[in-house]
Design a protein around this ligand. Sequence first.
Ligand code: NAP
Length: 331
Amino acid sequence: MTIETISIEGLSTPVGRIGLGTWAIGGWMWGGTDEKESIAVIRRAIDSGINLIDTAPVYGFGASEELVGKALADGYREKAVIATKVALDWRDEKVFRNATPARIRQEIEDTLRRLRTDYVDLYQVHWPDALVPIEETAAVLAELQKEGKVRALGVSNFSVEQMDEFRRAAPLATTQPPYNLFERAIDDDVLPYVRQNKLVALAYGALCRGLLSGRIDQSTRFDGDDLRQHDPKFRAPRRDQYVAAVRELDEFARTRFGKPVLALAVRWVLDQGPIVALWGARRPSQLDGIEEVFGWHIDEASMAEIDAIIARHVKDPVGPEFMAPPQRVAI
Ligand code: NAP
């Protein structure tokens, strides 16, 4: 299989246009984790040509970064492009934003230790923190870059104005917004900005938290602390609309392209611009379909048919806003 690649400013190795997302692997908010499966899926990703591994300190409160570190020991580190994040803090499993220079200085050391490495390839501000000027956050990240602890800088969940502020103090290579067939808020602003400024977008939720895999229906139950229990898309009666849309998209994809809906969903994301789609696989078998994403494109007429299918079924759309961590009220 030949995986499509794209270059990120500041990184010497091009990255595959599918990246492995490791939030679910961390367990927290995804109903638990399995260490053996997690390590196996990370190595399977690298062996398949998926070199970008996206993680964050907050995923499992260190657990996801630790697993990535373990998986990349024994010769895998040099083949991987580690994208992690900074500026979310937590106390007693309550998460809040914290982008102060002091927090960032502490976090990078914890991250490097957990990842068993002495540099991070791509360091991303996880969410903007309204209590800290963005230029202050960017300036400390630029220092880390000069010190060689991080190679390239990114942001996540930032508006266009916030990205402008960041770029006044540091070079910006990437942004990480939510983006998939059902969640397209970036079409009007962030995506045009990415194109204009030669950034790369790392699209999260490309499978819409599993909905676009085609394996979720009305009877699917989510266990433990799985965030999909609180996701408004997965609640009746709205879930019926989304499941019906996925079903028709699957029929369409199979008839038109000979592909399942999962491949259509990821191809759709990649065909929108300079984007890497993050795929939140938690078991090696969940990466089985990646080769079906490459070697074809969705033509304009099919794009319009896809939009018509979604409009026909999803009468009451809702975005991914429920995932945003609260703003702090004081430092
Ligand atoms: P996602 O990739 O849209 O969906 C993940 C879920 O899809 C998995 O938990 C799994 O569900 C299911 N899945 C994956 N491959 C499958 C397959 N082949 N067949 C059937 N189901 C499959 O969601 P995401 O984890 O929210 O997003 C991906 C990554 O983006 C995260 O891991 C993280 O790195 C990043 N992210 C970033 C932010 C941010 O604020 N920057 C926010 C969210 C996510 P089951 O668990 O049911 O098996």
